[in-house]
Design a protein around this ligand. Sequence first.
Ligand SMILES: Cc1cc2nc3c(=O)[nH]c(=O)nc-3n(C[C@H](O)[C@H](O)[C@H](O)COP(=O)(O)OP(=O)(O)OC[C@H]3O[C@@H](n4cnc5c(N)ncnc54)[C@H](O)[C@@H]3O)c2cc1C
Length: 301
Amino acid sequence: INSWVTRAVAGDGFYYAPDPSSQVVCSIGGNVAENSGGVHCLKYGVTSNHVLGLEVVFPDGSVTELGNGLAESQELDLRGAFIGSEGTLGIATAITLRLLRAPECVNVLLADFETMESAGEAVRAVTAAGLLPAGMEIMDNVTINAVNDFFGYDEYPRDAAAVLLIELDGQEAEVQASAQRAELLCRGAGARGLRRAEDPTECAVLWKGRKSAFSAVGKITPTYYVQDGVVPRSSLPVVLAAIERLSQEHGLPVANVFHAGDGNLHPLILYSAAEPNAEKRVKDLGAAILKECLAVGGSIS
Ligand SMILES: Cc1cc2nc3c(=O)[nH]c(=O)nc-3n(C[C@H](O)[C@H](O)[C@H](O)COP(=O)(O)OP(=O)(O)OC[C@H]3O[C@@H](n4cnc5c(N)ncnc54)[C@H](O)[C@@H]3O)c2cc1C
């Protein structure tokens, strides 16, 4: 299981970077099959960047080693071809992972905004300033309230149109300087409130809601249908506005929680399967959303 890896090595000062939101239940084998990403992939890359070698059983029963346990090799990268092959090429029976040294210092900023556009502008400004956060995530108002209700707390301002979480990691001085710069940029983009978590417990509290967002949304709707699209960061405001318009046109609410740093959207279409024609309506809206992603030069992810 993904999260067991970091748990096993944290005591020695290491961690495993790819952290899909499903990390407490998904397997490293499944991560390899899907080339999974997560919050920290903005800075550290996806599963493929953290798997050094594989032992694989092919359909004819033969067993092969792919990758030589080194990060870079001059050979044909069959390890890379296997990762992301969705279980179609064989079964990975042993996987050698690359672990990273835990950063000296981690800060998490929480900025809240009155409009989704200004949250998107903050993401653009932070990136344009050359900062490289470990993660940069946005939740919209529907998700904020679902998460607060799920945990019975008020960690995220309930009336905000969007909250932006920015994690900065590295050496102490670098993190302090980057966090101050990011705060200024968020203010410049129109952030209403800003909060900075500096110790591991506080940071975990701010991430907890984001990491549980899908489960929390599951509590406010009988069923939801998740889309996965990626768009150029600069197009985030346009596409989010289009999702809002499409949601109204199709008469189905949509919750947005997404990897803002790399433009990876996860619109969750909320519905009840008991409603007449529900599946067709939901699929039509999902298709319309993904067409908007394609129209701005994005893709289905
Ligand atoms: C709530 C939720 C949040 C999620 N968040 C993310 C996210 O942030 N990022 C992300 O990338 N994905 C996410 N996912 C999708 C999914 O969790 C990931 O793709 C995960 O890597 C799948 O792992 P699994 O162990 O659940 O695999 P399964 O769903 O069990 O299997 C997926 C595929 O992998 C194959 N497979 C499994 N083990 C092996 C093996 N050892 N060798 C070869 N093939 C194998 C299976 O045959 C199947 O085809 C999320 C899913 C949910 C439900």
